[in-house]
Design a protein around this ligand. Structure first.
Ligand code: PLP
Length: 220
């Protein structure tokens, strides 16, 4: 067993059975991703459409493909062919494009709404207080199904300081569940990365996105 397989096995044993492990694969080789899949990873997360396409073509194992990075509108056409779920929808304009391209290929895309839980001006994600309006507008689309929320949270040197942002996002999630919005099934809450996944799970995440812990440090 290589190091990647060992770490993945340990992670899968540690995570509660209702929590989906997404292996965040940016900058990794297809072989590294295949090691993770051999050890039991069932979902691969990508930030860039081009990199995802390379892995998608090279990897024959049946896994689900998650887009976790910011999606530019001019990449939507290629993205909808690859991904099973887009975790980073944060604007109406992006949703319009996704719906349009999915119609052409007769696909219903599952999406998460990305929340800017730290309310940071330079970060992607919709402001928490604007999420409900955005979801209601997107819920009119036939080729999009909203299935939950995603958040990154701010980068803080003290990792425990991220907890309130995860907690707020879970509260927003619970609020949205109660609204019973049509075409919107709030079932996934994607929060937590290598350094914060334990906190995220404690605060109610059922998707964690982990890269560094599985694959090692990324080359700059
Ligand atoms: C890179 C990335 C991750 C994983 O981060 P690590 O610290 O390497 O675990 C999770 N989510 C998103 C959106 C990312 O870009």
């Amino acid at each position: 067993m290589n190091r990647i397989e060992t770490v993945v096995k340990e992670l899968l044993e540690e995570l509660p059975s209702n929590v989906l492990l997404v292996a965040a694969a940016k900058t990794r080789t297809a072989d590294e991703v295949i090691s993770a899949i051999k050890a039991g990873v069932r979902a691969i997360g990508h930030n860039y459409v081009k990199e995802a396409k390379e892995h998608y073509d090279a990897i024959s194992e049946k896994v689900s493909w998650h887009l976790i990075g910011h999606l530019q509108k001019n990449k939507v056409k290629s993205a909808v062919k690859i991904f099973d779920i887009i975790e980073s929808v944060d604007s109406f304009e992006l949703a319009v494009e996704i719906d349009k391209e999915c119609k052409k290929i007769n696909k219903i895309m599952q999406v998460l709404i990305e929340i800017n839980s730290g309310r940071e001006s330079q970060k992607s994600g919709v402001m928490p207080e604007e999420a409900e309006d955005l979801i209601k507008k997107i819920s009119d689309f036939d080729n999009i199904r909203i299935v939950g929320l995603m958040t990154m949270g701010p980068f803080l040197s003290n990792v425990e300081a991220i907890r309130p942002f995860f907690r707020d996002t879970k509260a927003l999630f619970d609020h949205l569940v109660k609204q019973s919005i049509k075409n919107c099934e709030m079932k996934y809450l994607s929060m937590g990365m290598s350094d914060s996944y334990r906190i995220a799970v404690e605060e109610g995440a059922n998707i964690v996105r982990i890269g560094t812990l599985i694959f090692g440090n990324r080359q700059k």
